[in-house]
Design a binder for this molecule. Sequence first.
Ligand code: MG
Ligand code: ZN
Length: 225
Amino acid sequence: MTKRVPVVEKLLSANDRLAQENRARLDEAGVFAVNLMASPGAGKTSLIEQTLPRLTERLRVAVVDGDIATSIDADRAAQAGAVASVQINTGGECHLDAVMLHQALGQLDLGQIDLLLVENVGNLVCPATFALGTHKSVLIASVPEGDDKPYKYPGMYRGVDALVINKIDLLPYIPFDMDYFRRGVEALNPGLVTFPLSCKTGEGLDAWIEWLLHNLTPTTRPPDH
Ligand code: MG
Ligand code: ZN
């Protein structure tokens, strides 16, 4: 009798093993890592750009950027004050996986890093399926995408530890029913911590920064926190 293991299942368990290895490596070096996921244009890079200057006095922050092509985002991260930035060009893959992060970690001096921000490929479907080994997963939604996204992409909303709602400065101009949006989120991920903010105006960013600081692992937590 032939035993059949679906290919996807096999791939995922191999990915999970490597994700665990990544996590062990990060823990050993005392690096707290966050996986940032969103659709293209929601503001992952903008959030990184706003986050870095607010932390770099206290923490050494590095950025890993996943994109299908170009190093535009890694360059922006370096410009914003990252101690190191690594661009992963996935060559067509629509998500990061643990192998790619493993390779990126190999290019970083982890002993010189406190916080690692991983910008996943812009995509609201499969990044949620591939564990990287990061400590927290954050989804960035944005007002122009529309209030129906939790209903249309439940997988992304279910697995994350925090939700950023970016571009709230556009709320007066775009039909976006915040209550409808939040009800959808609550049904999928009850009690999910949410940060409505604007990377453009800076409104709401303080709460996001506080959340990052308070989630740092004890080894990486700065003395005043
Ligand atoms: Mg980007
Ligand atoms: Zn994908």
